[in-house]
Design a protein around this ligand. Structure first.
Ligand code: MN
Length: 203
């Protein structure tokens, strides 16, 4: 079954002023759509992989034929990462609650120290990539990845992430990535992040 672009569950302008509507339109409708289309084009060449989910493909990239492995890594990665990214944002940001709030506190000291560490990972990611909060065997960790690489390929469960490709912020923030990273916390959907964390604990 071919991959499809998931619809946003909020309006394009819902994340204003932190993430502007024009960026959301281009980012979701053009960039993410291209990852979907390119994923489907690559996977059409490997019918034996039909029916595999994005997560299954990314967890075991070595099982993808070499001829399309890079295309799958980049484009299925892009589809998988963005699909989660839209879901963990929303218009009613705030502070974390529940299990994720407790885990952040016990792992990083407090919310402010966690956000500083996460923003630093995003700021220091040279070129395009992502900043992540992910769950591994040792608990929660902050990391960054290049391009569309996903922690799921490293055996980690992605809990929360921010896109630091220039396409995610350049229209509004231009070169000011640090300002974008700081402002972005206002649009995090912590209820969804907590749900992801609780599900990841059970895996
Ligand atoms: Mn993006």
């Amino acid at each position: 079954m071919a991959f499809e672009l998931p619809a946003l569950t909020y309006a394009y302008e819902a994340l204003e002023p932190h993430v502007d509507a024009q960026t959301m339109h281009i980012h979701h409708d053009k960039h993410h759509q291209a990852y979907v289309d390119n994923s489907n084009a690559a996977l059409a060449k490997a019918p034996e992989l039909a029916g595999k989910t994005a997560e299954e493909l990314l967890k075991d990239l070595s099982s993808v034929p070499e001829a399309i492995r890079t295309a799958v890594r980049n484009n299925v990665g892009g589809h998988y990462n963005h699909s989660i990214f839209w879901s963990i944002m929303g218009p009613n940001g705030g502070q974390p609650t529940g299990a994720i709030a407790e885990a952040i506190k016990s792992t990083f000291g407090d919310q402010a120290q966690f956000q500083e560490k996460f923003n630093d990972a995003g700021l220091k990611q040279f070129g395009s990539g992502w900043a992540w909060l992910a769950l591994g065997a040792g608990g929660l960790q902050v990391l960054s990845t290049a391009n569309q690489d996903s922690p799921i390929s490293q055996g980690l469960q992605p809990i929360l992430m921010n896109d630091v490709w220039e396409h995610a912020y350049y229209l509004k923030y231009q070169n000011r990535r640090a300002e974008y990273l700081k402002s972005w916390w206002s649009v995090v959907n912590w209820a969804e992040v907590n749900k992801r964390y609780e599900l990841a604990l059970k895996k």
